[in-house]
Design a protein. Structure first.
Length: 406
């Protein structure tokens, strides 16, 4: 299977205006296909979405800010949340490898007009043993979102030496990420699901093979410097791994509110005096509150992302645990608000949302599937709690706050 994408020329916004409606029109068919349809794949690649975060000199659009990148993911998700999820996954890996691989590897993947698109799992489920040529690697992986647009697959591998994992000074294992051509990977399917069906998040295996060092980089410890492209790639997994998903949830939530607001203008219920659902005070109250909550979640998220971008660009020091905690807070909150929005839309859509192919039903299932992702575990917000408390206490102390005298 040969997958190619044309060189990126027009602006991302112009490309999305052209190709977004195609992704939207193929949405239901992509769900049935358990992956983007051939038409949707072609639109995704023709729009240059996978190359969004690749440096310009390699044919991408890497001059965009972190906020602009995440807003593009959100906007794609409003057209089709399955495509948005694929973009956050393959766009994230493609941009990351373009930023971090040695120059020789980058040229092999993106030089001379080549357009590698990378999917897969970076968690260290594989094993890597150092050789003279690179690493002998092998591993079994899951959740390769966007597999049907990928030319290459990533594999996270714990590094072994003398039969034992290599440990860092802090007691954590040393692991790397490798990238392997599609034709050398065993695609195993196993994507028959009821949420995020269109993402083709299949299982795959990297059989034992030597991967040259030019196609690898360290993920623990994380590189201190970005070799090319956006400085934000140096912030590490604690931030990057958490903040990638919320734009998909936010875009899906906005689409859900738009869809139910439109449907409510025509839909009637037999259990009250109101002409349409949109005339019901309870509906009006709840959609006004949810619209405000969704706006607040977006503002909190993008304010944080902008601060991350500023830090990565202007502060040479590594990011502390504080940033990871705040990333968990704003990201978990964004997904929580998105769940409330799709639940609301699903309820007021009535039995129409039960029907296969109904967009509100699809958004409901997909956002709840997003909620199952490991980085969105409910404990994430618990871990952020002490940092939030410390911030509030410090802010209060600076303004003279303290215990109220009895």
């Amino acid at each position: 299977m040969t997958i190619t994408a044309p060189p990126v020329r027009e602006s991302a916004e112009a490309a999305l205006r052209e190709y977004g409606p195609i992704l939207r029109s193929e949405s239901a068919a992509s769900v049935s296909n358990n992956g983007l349809t051939p038409t949707a794949c072609a639109a995704f690649l023709d729009a240059g979405l996978a190359m969004f975060d690749v440096p310009e000199y390699l044919g991408g659009r890497g001059d965009y800010s972190y906020v602009a990148c995440q807003k593009m993911v959100e906007e794609v998700s409003r057209y089709d949340d399955g495509s948005g999820w694929v973009l956050h996954a393959v766009g994230g890996f493609t941009g990351l490898f373009a930023a971090m691989l040695p120059e020789e590897g980058v040229q092999a993947l993106w030089g001379e007009g080549r357009t590698a698109t990378i999917a897969g799992m970076a968690a260290p489920r594989g094993k890597a043993v150092k050789t003279d040529d690179g690493y002998l690697v092998e591993g079994k992986y899951q959740f390769a979102s966007g597999a049907n647009v990928a030319t290459h697959f990533v594999g996270g591998c714990a590094v072994y030496e003398n039969g034992r994992p290599v440990m860092l000074e802090d007691g954590s294992p040393h692991f790397i990420a490798v990238v392997v051509p599609r034709e050398k990977v065993v695609l195993e399917g196993n994507w028959d699901v009821i949420g995020l069906s269109a993402t083709s998040s299949i299982d795959y295996e990297i059989p034992a093979m030597v991967v040259e060092e030019k196609f690898t980089f360290s993920m623990n410890p994380w590189p201190e410097h970005v070799l090319r492209g956006a400085p934000r790639h140096r912030v590490g997994l604690a931030v990057h791994g958490v903040t990638g998903q919320p734009p998909v949830s936010l875009g899906a939530a906005r689409r859900a509110l738009e869809e139910i607001a439109t449907l409510a203008q025509q839909r009637k219920r037999r259990d009250g005096p109101y002409a349409t659902v949109a005339d019901q005070p309870l509906f009006q109250h709840d959609i006004a509150v949810l619209d405000a909550e969704l706006t607040a979640a977006r503002l909190a998220y993008y304010d944080f992302v902008e601060r991350v971008d500023d830090y990565a660009t202007n502060d040479p020091n590594p990011m502390t645990a504080y940033w990871g905690d705040r990333a968990k807070q704003v990201s978990r909150y964004a997904v929580d608000v998105a769940i409330k929005c799709v639940d609301f839309a699903y309820y007021w859509a009535g039995t129409s949302a039960l029907r296969r192919g109904n967009i509100i039903g699809q958004l409901f299932l997909n956002v709840h599937a997003m909620n199952l992702h490991l980085v969105m575990d409910r404990n994430a917000i618990l871990q952020a709690g002490p940092t939030v408390i410390a911030d509030l206490v410090q802010a209060g102390a600076e303004r003279g706050a303290g215990p109220v005298p009895s």
